[in-house]
Design a protein around this ligand. Structure first.
Ligand code: HEM
Length: 411
């Protein structure tokens, strides 16, 4: 209650003191104030710590209001917000108020690995599109459901067969070797200068995916522009429904839309470039998107091209950067891995236990999709403790799952 009151007070103070009342920028504040008044009235109805339906108990409700919740979930603190709740007496499975006034389906955070696994393994549980839209716009592999998702996913899956992965590896290895010889060694190693490894990997991955998967060589400028526009679009992204409604009327919202337009323009260029090739390669991601007649339009193809550029680059770049940081902090593990790599031919690295363990531990400690996957339940779930109703929205925050004390001695 105190949180709501302080939020109200804060919003009203800003509203009354704001020199911009009546201008475009006061619109979100006015809307927020009206909604806050309604929230106050309905607040108590929605703050039950637990809910019982018949003889079945829903997971406990986290003690945060709707506004507190959406405010936090719209920031990079979201995974740690889940983790703080999971480490409190509430436990690793709990509900959140993601919809105002108790309307909407239950939203359950599943930080328990077994529950998470059963939700993700059931392919009839679909993704809630409203969570995945935003930085791409229009239907994509990420946001689509049913047949649309199926044809796009199935159509591109062969591009990830081991044969094609090996081909992509060769292309990426050539590119990374060039970077090591022409940039890393002369500019950093020999001069003993430091650099931001994550930032370098982001660019290397983006260019690597572009060449290996799309037969398109991204220039340095295109790379910088893509990353900048993506950052602008992502920063403006919000789970707050009020922000979403007013977004088209604010300069931040309009700039974010422009950022999405610009990156879609880039994806369109990639598609046109592929179509202009005289002898394109078979089995690339772009060949499977461009030649798939199930797409209804190029707009849809452009959406999926964006998905691969987005989903592939920062996930891999940050996972590798975090893993290297962990190795730097754990010298004995680093020495073990280095000697294992030196004593094993390169072609056999993919089976090297030491390498596999280091990569898995890096991914466990620093899951890039830390905020997690979301699904809508297609059927009821009964665990030994809780009942989750069909239609509930389930979020699986990998940070909480991977660091669950019940399953790990040193999470
Ligand atoms: C360390 C590297 C990576 C990690 C940790 C990672 C993680 C994930 C996770 C957790 C999801 C599920 C998202 C969800 O269900 O909400 C996902 C989906 C996806 N990822 Fe990755 N990913 C990585 C690399 C890549 C790469 C290199 C590509 C392609 C070039 C890629 C393409 C995709 C696509 C297309 C999806 C959506 C699949 C679907 O909806 O059916 N990912 N990834």
């Amino acid at each position: 209650m105190m949180l709501i009151l302080s939020y109200c007070q804060d919003a009203l103070e800003k509203l009354l003191l704001s020199p911009s009342i009546g201008t475009e920028s006061s619109l979100p504040l006015l809307t927020t104030a009206v909604v806050l008044a309604i929230v106050l009235v309905l607040y108590f109805r929605n703050m039950n710590s637990s809910k019982v339906i018949g003889d079945k108990t829903l997971p406990p409700m986290a003690p945060y209001s709707f506004l507190e919740t959406v405010k936090t979930l719209s920031t990079s603190d979201a995974p740690w917000f889940y983790q703080r709740i999971a480490r409190s007496e509430i436990g690793t499975v709990f509900r959140l108020q993601l919809f105002p006034f108790g309307f909407g389906p239950d939203v359950v955070i599943a930080g328990d690995p077994k529950l998470a696994q059963s939700v993700l393994r059931n392919s009839t549980n679909l993704k809630p599109a409203f969570i995945y839209k935003s930085v791409i716009r229009g239907p994509t592999l990420f946001t689509a459901e049913g047949g649309r998702w199926h044809h796009a996913r199935k159509a591109t899956a062969p591009a990830f067969s081991s044969k094609h992965i090996q081909k992509m590896n060769v292309t990426v290895l050539e590119q990374v070797t060039k970077w090591i010889q022409e940039d890393l060694v002369p500019n950093y190693v020999e001069k003993e200068a430091s650099f931001d490894i994550a930032s370098v990997f982001l660019r290397q991955m983006l260019k690597g995916i572009s060449v290996a998967g799309f037969e398109y060589e991204m220039s340095d400028d295109e790379c910088e522009e893509f990353l900048l526009e993506l950052k602008i679009a992502t920063l403006a992204r919000s789970h707050n429904p009020i922000t979403k409604i007013v977004s088209p009327f604010t300069s931040v919202g309009r700039r974010s839309n422009l950022a999405v337009d610009r990156n879609r323009e880039f994806a369109k260029k990639v598609l046109e470039h592929y179509r202009s090739l005289e002898c394109p390669n078979d089995g690339t991601i772009i060949s499977m998107i461009a030649n798939n007649a199930n797409y209804e339009s190029d707009e849809e193809r452009i959406g999926d091209i964006m998905v691969f550029y987005l989903a592939g680059h920062d996930t891999t770049a940050f996972s590798l950067a975090w893993t290297l940081l962990e190795l730097a902090k754990n010298q004995s593990e680093q020495t073990k891995l280095r000697s294992a790599l030196r004593n094993t031919p390169r072609e056999e690295w993919k089976n090297l236990v030491e390498l596999r363990c280091v990569l898995k531990e890096g991914l466990r400690l620093h899951p890039v999709a830390a905020g997690g996957s979301w699904r809508v339940l297609s059927d009821d779930i009964n665990t030994d403790k809780y009942f989750l109703a069909k239609g509930s929205i389930i979020a699986i925050p990998f940070l909480v799952v991977h660091r669950n004390k019940e399953y790990m001695d040193k999470p």
